[in-house]
Design a protein around this ligand. Structure first.
Ligand code: PLP
Length: 494
């Protein structure tokens, strides 16, 4: 970890320029057209007139996100320094755009990229847009909770050695559920084979501000990383940061792709929230994250006293394919309850006003963050005690697991399948058809099938099960019980 210049980090260049602009009593003839809230909508009335008043675009004095030279550049530099990176760019369309930018600026059509199969949908979209050839490395699967964890160093090495012509590797640090791989070792090995290392740290912003968490991408020597600062770093939803280190990545290619994918009307609220979150994390992050870890540990202990639930922490994940673990996450397994994780996700919200991050068949996931308090933890524990009283049944044997043992086979490049002729078939008849689209449960947004993969019996059963229990399936084709596949008759004639 690099030593941070705390005096410099006290500055908030974007917020300073922003305040000056807002307080300068501007007569506006520019966008946004509400002109700092002259009109009053119902939305505006929700707040004490603050959001509209402070919503401006890129006026004079507030720099330009397409080619920062002023306060955005200064704020980005401070962010880069706080994270031991050489260069940072603020993102206002989440790590979704970070993943697109990283892959599109480093890997061209027909070049190979090595990546885990349990990536977020944005990564698959990046493959479609870039035309890259994916080579999937397989994560370790925890069959008890049905969670795909991390890729062992052995698997990374095997896939890298078998694909020495790959341009880049892509690592998730950490996964949605908190597992990390041996990042330093994988980065070193990939670099020794001249591969660029890209890291999805959508769930890892806090790693940069605590020594009690797994190593961050920049500290491990990776070339580029995207952080959803809004997820665990305290900025506003959508605001994220792209970090770059070293000289393996060409900044020109990054800028080109950034400007292709980024709105020309960035929200000042989002940008200012990044500047504020960085300063907050530098000065308070370490303490707040330590508190979150202690609350997570306390909750695990308490939840494990409640019949029907098994809360898992670091030890469980280290036994199931993780090299290290983000202890601000608590995965709770359902054990002898007449409910699924999907049911509990809903019941917690509807009956107890508790919103957890995600529910799946056998687990639900709670995030403990810089915003979590003891009262929050106790509310959760008490709600689970109440649920246990109503739904615990010691006679229930563990429900059938539906997990796909194998991910489906890739037979076309995602881009090729995306552009191929369309055919709609009933799900039950889709065996061996090639998917044209991604289908997933959201959250977490990890596709069950992606464009170019063949429908296997496992995928069909899995999807039929999710439809039956009315899970939140996200797909592009809206017809129920049908899927969109490549029309091979027309494809072969191309
Ligand atoms: C692993 C992973 N990567 C990327 C993203 C996209 O991040 P964002 O929501 O900031 O666009 C997510 C979102 O949940 C994610 O889980």
């Amino acid at each position: 970890m690099k030593i941070i210049d705390k005096d410099e980090q006290r500055k908030t260049p974007y917020i300073t320029a922003y305040k000056k602009y807002i307080n300068s009593n501007i007569t506006s003839f520019d966008v946004p057209g509400h002109h700092q809230g002259i009109i009053r909508t119902d939305f505006d009335k929700l707040f004490p007139h603050e959001v509209y008043k402070n919503d401006v675009n890129c006026p004079i004095g507030m720099d330009n996100i397409m080619h920062p030279r002023g306060c955005i550049k200064e704020a980005q530099n401070l962010f880069a320094k706080a994270c031991n990176a050489d260069y940072a760019r603020f993102l206002i369309n989440g790590s979704t755009s970070g993943n697109l930018i990283m892959i599109m600026s480093c890997v061209k059509a027909h070049e190979k990229i090595i990546l885990p199969r349990n990536v977020h949908k944005s990564v698959i979209n990046a493959l479609i847009l870039s035309g890259a050839v994916p080579v999937f490395a397989m994560p370790e699967i925890d069959l008890q909770t049905e969670i795909a964890n991390q890729i062992s160093f052995k698997e990374w090495k095997k896939v890298i050695d078998n694909n020495l012509d790959a341009k880049a590797i892509f690592i998730i640090n950490p996964t949605y559920f908190g597992a990390t791989t041996n990042l330093e070792k994988v980065v070193k090995y990939a670099h020794s084979k001249n591969m660029i290392v890209l890291v999805d740290e959508a769930h890892g912003t806090h790693f940069y501000f605590s020594n009690k968490l797994p190593i961050s991408a920049m500290d491990a020597g990776a070339d580029m990383s995207t952080l959803s600062v809004h997820k665990t770093g305290g900025s506003l939803t959508q605001s994220s940061v792209l970090l770059i280190k070293g000289n393996r990545v060409n900044p020109y290619d990054v800028n080109k792709t950034f400007n292709m994918l980024t709105t020309t009307s960035p929200s000042s609220l989002l940008l200012a929230s990044l500047d504020g979150a960085r300063k907050y994390l530098v000065f308070h992050g370490s303490n707040k994250i330590y508190q979150a870890i202690k609350l997570a540990r306390y909750s695990i202990e308490e939840i494990n006293k409640i019949p029907g639930f098994k809360a898992h922490g670091k030890e469980h994940f280290l036994k199931n394919g993780a090299y290290d673990y983000d202890q601000t996450k608590v995965v709770v397994e359902i054990d002898k309850l007449k409910l699924t994780g999907f049911n509990i996700y809903r019941i917690l919200k509807e009956k107890y006003q508790i919103q957890v991050e995600l529910g799946e068949t056998y687990v639900f996931l709670c995030l403990f963050t810089i915003g979590t308090t003891k009262k929050h933890a106790d509310n959760l524990i008490n709600a689970l005690k109440d649920i246990s009283l109503k739904y615990y049944d010691s006679k229930i044997t563990y429900q059938d697991h539906h997990y796909m043992k194998d991910f489906p086979k890739t037979v076309l490049r995602p881009r090729e399948a995306y552009h191929a002729p369309l055919k709609i078939v009933p799900l039950k008849d889709a065996l061996n058809c090639i998917s044209k689209e991604m289908i997933m449960i959201y959250p977490p947004g990890i596709p069950l099938i992606i464009p170019g993969e063949k429908f296997s019996q496992d995928v069909i059963l899995e999807l039929a099960y999710y439809k039956k229990i009315n899970a939140n399936i996200v797909s592009d084709w809206e017809g129920s019980n049908e899927v969109s596949v490549v029309d091979m008759d027309l494809f072969d004639k191309k």
